[in-house]
Design a binder for this molecule. Structure first.
Ligand code: GLA
Length: 348
């Protein structure tokens, strides 16, 4: 079902699409492909919206830290907003100190997507389409992007990303949902239990750009191979935690890039019983512990969001890959199709 959500300053209408299938309820905006709300039941069948967001377009435009948004063309940071491809150098607008973050000042999170609903057997979903012009935000090539949000008959939320280009370019698409399985606005997620199937992560410099090395998680606060409380080690005096005010790092997933989605992370709220299991084809996962939420934003439920009130698990290729020869490539060439899939399975 489609309803009017609001209007942008130039009069463009923003619509909200509501879907329900297999016990999961999803509200998606055509603006930014934003998941404005995602409701799932707890062990007693009580629903809560487990995704941080706003209830007006104005709030999203004024200063959303990418709540629920689709991220492109390039998820996470590119050092100094620069990269060289086939001998040609490209300068992007910088929007995070001297670096480019999440596609630049006007990324896919701020574009209005074409949205079409579909049903297919037991599945129900939305097809979102966007064309990004050659040179948009400094990136070469016309990029045709298609993202499919599917709610399966079992209530899983699946995201299929596809893109093609007419010139060599770089692409790294992801989704920036902020999870709080106790319900948005209910407080900190530090008691949630998190498990990540990764033995290595990418240390960063003070500007949060990967140094190029990967580090063993053993004996560090970054070890989530066995499920542990999110907040357990966040106050350990580790230099990498100081740089980011918490965890804001790419995990090098043990499984690597795979043709089929494989399990990489499980998040569980012991109090409500709600769980989220993530499978993906991607080789990386950005675990961001909501460090920059600072008590200045009022969320969709009318409550203030503070540091640690949610966390993000962004499946992706590694940050800054175009400048890091040892990282898996994010180059897309004409004739190739970029294809990745991430599935969110909910339990209680
Ligand atoms: C990503 C980045 C973080 C932060 C958030 C948005 O997760 O890695 O550093 O920019 O997005 O606030």
């Amino acid at each position: 079902m489609k309803t009017l959500f609001g209007e942008l300053a130039d009069g463009t209408k923003v619509s909200s699409w509501s879907l329900e299938n297999g016990g999961t309820r999803l509200k998606v905006l055509d603006y930014g492909g934003i998941v404005q709300s995602l409701e799932i039941p707890d062990r007693h069948g009580r629903y809560a919206n487990v995704s941080l967001g706003f209830d007006t377009v104005e709030d999203y435009v004024a200063g959303s830290p990418y709540f629920g948004a689709l991220i492109g063309r390039y998820g996470n940071r590119l050092a100094k907003g620069r990269f060289t491809l086939d001998g040609e150098s490209h300068q992007l607008p910088v929007n995070d100190g001297e670096n480019s973050l999440h596609g630049g000042t006007d990324g896919f999170d701020r574009r209005v997507w074409d949205v079409e609903p579909f049903t297919d057997g037991r599945d129900a979903g939305l097809r979102l389409r966007l064309t990004s012009a050659d040179g948009e935000m400094g990136y070469p090539g016309t990029l045709a992007v298609r993202v499919t949000y599917t709610l399966t008959g079992d209530g899983d939320w699946r995201i299929d990303y596809e893109a093609t280009t007419d010139k060599p370019t770089v692409v790294n698409l992801t989704s920036h949902v902020y999870w709080n399985l106790a319900g948005e606005g209910s407080g900190s997620v530090h008691d949630h239990e998190l498990q990540i199937a990764a033995s290595r992560y990418l240390p960063v410099d003070a500007g949060l750009i990967p140094t190029g090395e990967s580090a063993d998680v053993t004996g560090t606060p970054f070890d989530f191979r066995e499920a542990k409380a999110v907040g357990r080690d966040l106050r350990v005096a580790h230099e990498q935690l100081l740089y980011c005010k918490g965890v804001d790092h790419n995990y090098v997933l043990d499984k690597g890039r795979t043709d089929r989605p494989e399990h990489v992370a499980t998040l569980r709220d012991p109090a409500s019983g709600r769980t989220l299991r993530i499978t993906t084809t991607e080789p990386g996962l950005q675990f961001y512990s909501g460090n920059f939420l600072d008590g200045t934003l009022v969320g969709s439920g009318g409550r203030v969001y503070r540091q640690g009130d949610a966390l993000c698990l962004e499946t992706q290729h590694f940050p800054d890959s175009p400048n890091q020869p040892s990282f898996p490539s994010t180059v897309l060439r004409p004739g190739q199709t970029y294809r990745t899939t991430t599935v969110h399975t909910f339990g209680r």
